[in-house]
Design a protein around this ligand. Structure first.
Ligand code: ADP
Ligand code: MG
Length: 702
């Protein structure tokens, strides 16, 4: 709101006062007029017409009926006590019944008078009935005046608010009086040409109509306009941030590709890059030449080959006299990156080191020294990488793996590691839908590896019910006979580590009985083990000393055992889609056909069934992420939880994708034409920007 009025503390609204203001703040986060105005209805009740009694039936949602009371009586005793009322119109009779609040309602109802009844039609003994309808005495005059024949808003409220008479109706009254007084002060904040282009309703009108629409069309138009506005300003803020950042921060220039890159590419790279990998490398190459700091998100399914891309980008940095580092969220993962990269580049190519919490002091000191004098080129590690003690001679590129596990603080630390901030490449194996990325990472550039290396056989996924467990065992034996290894994963039960361990231990017992020594050997890994024990068990499996790895989800990230070709997921219905997909990504890394077996109980919820069917149907992480978002809503997708960016009031990233894409495009066009928003037609945007709520925040920058 540009107008001063809307910044007024809510206690100054007529009918609020200090006590109610206090609960509004506590319960709904409503502090000022604007907050109240943006407390939108969560649904609407159709009061656009009166139905005749003859025309209603139990299939219908809430309806409104005009009827004259005929009689009322209280029947039954104690538990069966109820108020039964007969009413009629010119087409028939309807029975109204109350089981609660009987005394009070009985007093207010007067036979012979006409009432507006509002409720869900039901039937009793084959006759029309309504339980607990809203009743209101009908006054034709008032009805004409107030125009009660509308879509009636319903607002979220709480028990506490209700104690202050702020139920849905109470809130409605406040919002109505706010609009009565100040609707005229709501100023337009979008340029006229945009209103015209997207056929958007005016702003004041939209706020009025989203609360109190006369009909469905009005409501649709208001909602559309406010959704567009919300998405538009979010994108405006994100893209403005990006623009400012590129103006404010210079970037290291990786002018040329040199010896390290070329030597690696020609002599060491053991395979042909996929087209997607080549494309992404090109994107990074262009980014790092411009003298502008790169902030790029690299999304790609597990196994799509992100690590190689990261390595080759680092080689370009090194070719230009810089150092590079990779930061991983866990020690296991850091270790693995170190192994992978070491084996790819071979000995004596360039100096790399691993720095994690468990590196002993002495070795650590040497690493620190070599970083400072510049002889160490690539550092791989965990959070230990960004401790203040760690000083680089010339850090040019930072690769962050599985970004969402790192806090903003930690990323900010990285920035201070060089005078010119290093380029940042964030890698994630949790693909998120395009529209979500546009919002969540709207100020980053996004690259996608949407292609697996050639020759990989797609993982075959099967879903078995508990009753088919023997088939699953049979299949496990078959694969072990072929020399393969198998993961069996049990869910993590967050509320109870104990239960967790129990379900795992029960599983171990079942597996041990089915796969007895000495013919079969089993590794067990779970969160309660010490790092050393975990590593010991992992190593046994990696070295093929054991056939089966029974584990909780600790193996979700990391661990690359190409010979493991079967992933059995127990209680698969308990896992979210993205987690199932992550787990499945642990297999399919070798040349053989791999399998993922989803074990579930026999009775599934609808969501559970959709999840498992989706897994069976597709291997594509982006497709899965899309369905995940439809099932759970954008706010519940992994990696989005702490993001304020998704606090959208009207728009919904799962259903408003088209609109989001349009809004983003619209903003991109504006900045391309007028980066300073200096054109007269964009003054209105400048103003909106300078208002309190569009303030720039830097917290989303990698
Ligand atoms: P991600 O990190 O995306 O999960 P990795 O980079 O670990 O994937 O790659 C997975 C495996 O595929 C590694 O063994 C890697 O060497 C191999 N790989 C990567 N790119 C290719 C390619 N273009 N062709 C064949 N194998 C590849
Ligand atoms: Mg990886």
């Amino acid at each position: 709101m540009n107008s001063q009025h809307f910044q007024t503390p809510v206690e100054y609204l007529k009918g609020v006062g200090l006590a109610r203001a206090e609960v509004l703040k506590k319960e709904l986060g409503i502090f000022i007029f604007e907050d109240l105005l943006k407390h939108f209805p969560y649904k609407y009740i159709d009061r656009t017409r009166f139905y005749k009694i003859r025309d209603i039936n139990p299939e219908m949602p809430y309806v409104q009926v005009l009827a004259r009371l005929v009689s009322k009586e209280v029947l039954g005793e104690k538990h069966t006590k109820r108020l039964v009322v007969q009413a009629k119109d010119d087409t028939g009779y309807i029975e109204l019944v109350w089981f609660q609040g009987i005394k009070w309602i009985e007093k207010t109802l007067v036979p012979g008078k006409v009432y507006v009844l509002f409720g869900k039609p039901g039937s009793f003994n084959g006759k029309p009935q309504m339980a607990h309808p809203e009743v209101e005495i009908y006054s034709s005059k008032e009805f004409k005046q107030k125009g009660n024949l509308t879509l009636q808003p319903a607002y979220n409220s709480t028990e506490k608010l209700k104690q202050f008479s702020l139920d849905s109706k109470g809130l409605q009254k406040l919002i109505s009086s706010l609009l009565d007084m100040h609707a005229k002060d709501i100023q337009e904040n979008l340029p006229l040409y945009i209103l015209n282009k997207f056929k958007l309703a005016g702003r004041a009108e939209s706020y009025k109509n989203i609360h109190f629409p006369d009909n469905q069309t009005q409501l649709n138009e208001a909602t559309y306009r406010l959704k567009f506005e919300e998405l538009f300003f979010l994108q405006l803020k994100l893209l403005k941030n990006k623009l400012l950042r590129t103006q404010k921060f210079k970037g290291n220039v990786f002018a040329s590709v040199g010896h390290y890159f070329n030597d690696f590419y020609s002599n060491k790279l053991p395979f042909e890059l996929t087209d997607a990998q080549k494309r992404v490398l090109k994107e990074i190459r262009i980014d790092t030449q411009r003298g502008v700091q790169m902030n790029r998100l690299l999304q790609g399914d597990v196994g799509s080959g992100k690590t190689v891309v990261a390595l080759m980008s680092m080689l370009i940095a090194i070719d230009n006299g810089f150092q590079a580092c990779i930061m991983a969220p866990t020690e296991i993962l850091a270790n693995q990156h170190y192994q992978t990269i070491s084996s790819l580049i071979g000995d004596k190519f360039l100096e790399i080191a691993l720095l994690t919490g468990s590196v002993p002091q002495k070795k650590r000191k040497i690493i620190h020294e070599k970083l400072e004098n510049g002889s160490l080129k690539i550092l791989i590690g965990t959070h230990a990488l960004i401790e203040d003690k760690v000083q680089y001679q010339n850090l040019g590129l930072v690769v962050i793996d599985e970004q969402h596990r790192f806090g903003v603080e930690q990323r900010a630390k990285l920035w201070r590691k060089n005078i010119i901030p290093p380029h940042v490449l964030v890698m994630t194996a949790t693909p998120i839908p395009r529209t979500l990325a546009m919002t969540l990472y709207g100020d980053l550039d996004v690259s996608v590896i949407d292609q697996l290396p050639a020759g990989r056989k797609p993982i075959e996924t099967r879903h078995y019910y508990e009753a088919q467990r023997l088939r699953m065992f049979g299949m496990m034996k078959q694969e072990i006979t072929k020399g393969r290894q198998i993961y069996v994963v049990y869910p993590l039960i967050e509320e109870s580590e104990k239960l967790d361990l129990k379900s795992l231990m029960d599983g171990v017992e079942i597996m041990s009985r089915e796969f007895p020594l000495p013919q079969y050997r089993i590794s067990v890994v779970h969160g309660r083990l010490s790092a050393a024990d975990k590593d010991f068990e992992m190593q046994r499996f990696i070295k093929s000393e054991t056939h089966i790895m029974v584990a909780t989800t600790v193996i979700e990230v990391g661990v690359n055992v190409p010979n493991a070709s079967v992933m059995v997921i127990e209680n698969a219905e308990r896992f979210g889609l993205s987690q199932l997909h992550q787990l499945r990504g642990r297999v399919g890394r070798g040349a053989e056909q791999s399998f993922c077996i989803l074990m579930s109980k026999d009775k599934l919820s609808n969501d559970g069934r959709v999840r498992l069917n989706t897994m069976v149907k597709t291997n594509n992480g982006f497709e899965i992420a899309e369905i995940d978002m439809q099932l759970r809503g954008p706010g519940n997708i992994e990696g989005t939880q702490q993001s304020g960016v998704l606090d959208l009031k009207v728009a919904d990233l799962a259903t408003d994708q088209q609109l989001l894409i349009q809004a983003r495009q619209c903003v991109e066009d504006i900045f391309a034409r007028d980066p300073q928003l200096a054109l007269p037609e964009h003054h209105i945007l400048q103003a909106a920007f300078q208002s309190k709520n569009a303030g720039l925040s830097w917290d989303k920058i990698s």
